[in-house]
Write a protein that binds this ligand. Structure first.
Ligand code: SAM
Length: 256
């Protein structure tokens, strides 16, 4: 039995409704719509641009879904309190989840399917990433009621607590390639904007959630953020498929 927190977010087309007021974003939308190709998981390896993803979602953080995640996560982390071990499953090239839990978890573990994203995570851990995380991290500090002067300390503390960066695959069991003694020992698993991009059917979605949640220790917590009722999303000027999921389908899948 595990506890479940879900972060309900708006479908990404709302991003466009908001951004359409800005000329630069209008241009981007036109570019995307001109490119009718919708990429799926078979081309993830070659089409997912780590730099474009970070640039699009984590420089200014204008996307309402991302803003919502950064708003809710610090509150959820605070409610859960002290834990031994956290895993961000499908972290992509991102460290904001780890940063949110830096003061609560003894160990932070990150996992992603794509080598280019794991390489970025390793670069960040080794302090050689060129990406500037200031904007999202300051948003987290604001939510916590912490001073922005603590930014550098936040980064150092998070970096020091990242114990492992692994390959993961939600279609495998075990779903994460961490040392075997860690399997099933995570007090908290967070997975955000991940499962619905990987799955082509509801059966796959349910199975993926089962495989991910299987790594949580008994009595632990599962925090899942995802896109509801959408069939594609875009970043880096490309469209990617997204499995259409309703809130009811998501809650049903969490019972498996
Ligand atoms: C949209 S990104 C989300 C990244 C990050 N969690 C965030 O909130 O920004 C989706 C992630 O799913 C990962 N992914 C793709 N196929 C996967 C699979 N079979 N198992 C687990 N993760 C997968 C990709 O590598 C990618 O980093």
């Amino acid at each position: 039995m595990v506890n479940v927190f879900d972060i309900e977010v708006q479908a990404r087309p709302d991003v466009f409704k908001q951004k359409e007021q800005e000329n630069s974003v209008l241009q981007e939308k036109e570019e995307i719509e001109k490119n009718e190709t919708i990429y799926d998981r078979t081309s993830f390896m070659t089409t997912f641009s780590t730099d474009a993803y970070l640039e699009d979602f984590y420089t200014k953080v204008e996307d309402p879904a991302m803003q919502m995640v950064l708003k809710f996560l610090p509150l959820i982390a605070c409610r859960i309190g002290s834990i031994d071990r956290l895993l961000d499953f499908g972290a992509g090239p991102t460290i904001h989840v780890a940063a949110t839990f830096r003061d609560y978890a003894k160990e932070l573990h990150l996992a992603d399917y794509l080598p280019q994203n794991r390489e970025e995570l390793i670069a960040w851990k080794e302090n050689r990433s060129r990406f500037d995380w200031s904007t999202p991290l300051k948003m987290i500090l604001t939510q916590e009621g912490s001073a922005w002067e603590q930014l550098q300390e936040m980064i150092t503390r998070t970096r020091n607590k990242v114990h492992g960066i692994y390959h993961c695959d939600c279609f495998q069991n075990p779903s994460v390639d961490c040392p075997s003694h860690l399997h099933g020992t995570f007090d908290v698993i967070v997975t955000i904007f991940c499962v619905e991009y990987c799955c082509n059917s509801y059966e796959e979605y349910k199975n993926a959630i089962k495989n991910i949640a299987g790594q949580i220790k008994s009595g632990g917590h599962f925090i899942m953020g995802g896109i509801l009722e959408e069939t594609w999303c875009s970043f880096g000027g490309r469209k990617f498929t997204c499995l259409y999921i309703t809130k009811e389908m998501m809650l049903e899948a969490l019972k498996v």
